[in-house]
Write a protein that binds this ligand. Structure first.
Ligand code: UT7
Length: 324
């Protein structure tokens, strides 16, 4: 029997305030038509003043705990992916640990920007497979709009705030449930591509938080290439093909990139989970938010084969193949 990490619950949280494309067109020289046509984004959620990444994360975590029907006392590890931590230190994960009232176990952050959730899942899955943890809360949470340059129309129209969480539990299935859970994870990075997407600040460089800088077209080209590569790597590793997939849950950065990957994999468009229209790009939160959204809509059935994939600053990219 193989020990696997199974998703036993998931949840998401979006701040109340919604900013439409039309509202944005009052701030920068843009239009709803341009934003929707180029990216698929129609609106984004914006965290309230004083609402921190850890607050969004706690709300998503509570929803995931409720969905799993377990209490915080059952969690022995929190792995939180974010590029917009509450503070330079300590980790946002420890803030979440305290806010949830969790007094045991360990909590730490993982930083891989928009690939952060795939990295966090990879770390959590390895803790479970080696027996170091039994029940892990994996969170992607961002207040990404706080690091936007609201004068740069090339970036400020693309991002939003939010959080998503899943709970992984170690399980050894038998018979039809034998391969339920995470089948494999695949992560990559190439630091030479730093200039494609970065923040022009930080504690050791400028002493300020800085703002997002992006070469959109460069990332676009690399995303199409890298995402197809890593998706194939995950499928090949498990002796599967795109035709075997029931669902594709990509990082929600651009609808054109998402559709391109879907086509390359030979997956029908109705198997693509899309939230970018409503959530925009929420960086590390986009995949767990999309999982929670699809689960809430009753899309996933037991045994469904699901591919998660994403790319982000670093550059970093990765994929995770799992059976629901
Ligand atoms: O999550 C991490 C990974 N990030 C990504 O995957 C992002 C990947 N990149 C993209 O999604 C796309 O490159 C964008 C949506 C960012 C941009 O779409 P594009 O089709 O690559 O547009 P572009 O950058 O080539 O710009 C086309 C034109 C330019 O004008 P000119 O030079 O043709 O006159 C831009 O100045 O659109 C202009 N433009 C805008 N116009 C209206 C750029 N931003 C805007 C805007 N509104 N917000």
């Amino acid at each position: 029997m193989v020990l696997r990490s199974r998703i036993i619950g998931c949840g998401g949280y979006l701040p109340d305030r919604i900013m439409t494309n039309d509202e944005l067109s009052g701030l920068v020289d843009t239009t709803d038509e341009w934003i929707t046509g180029r990216s698929g984004i129609r609106q984004r959620h914006i965290a309230a003043e004083g609402e921190l990444t850890s607050d969004l994360a706690v709300n998503a975590a509570k929803a995931a705990l409720k969905d799993a029907g377990i209490s915080v006392d059952d969690i022995d590890l929190i792995v939180l992916a974010t590029a917009t931590p509450d503070e330079t230190f300590p980790s946002t994960a420890t803030r979440v640990q305290a806010k949830l009232g969790m007094t045991r176990g360990a909590a730490f952050d993982v930083q891989a920007v928009c690939t952060g959730f795939i990295y966090a899942l990879t770390v959590a899955d390895n803790f479970i497979r080696t027996g170091q943890a039994k029940t892990v809360l994996v969170i992607g949470a961002e207040t990404f709009t706080r690091i936007l340059d609201w004068k740069d129309r090339g970036t400020c129209v693309l991002f939003g705030d939010g959080a998503g969480a899943v709970i992984l539990r170690a399980g050894e299935g038998e018979g039809s449930t034998a391969d339920q859970g995470i089948l494999s994870t695949h992560i990559h990075s190439d630091g030479r591509d730093h200039d494609c997407l970065y923040v022009d600040g930080g504690p050791s460089s400028t002493g300020t938080s800085g703002h997002v800088r992006m070469q959109g077209q460069e990332i676009f080209k690399k995303a199409v290439l890298r995402l197809a590569e890593v998706a194939k790597e995950a499928l090949d590793h498990n002796g599967l093909t795109g035709a075997d997939l029931d669902w594709l849950v990509p990082h929600q950065a651009n609808l054109r990139i998402m559709r391109g990957t879907t086509k390359k994999l030979g997956v029908a468009e109705d198997k693509l989970i899309v939230t970018i229209d409503r959530h925009a790009n929420t960086s590390a939160a986009s995949i767990p938010l999309a999982i929670a959204d699809a689960h809430g809509a009753g899309k996933f059935s037991s045994g469904d084969l699901i591919l998660l994939e994403g790319i982000g600053g670093g550059l970093t990219w990765g994929a995770c193949l799992l059976r629901w």
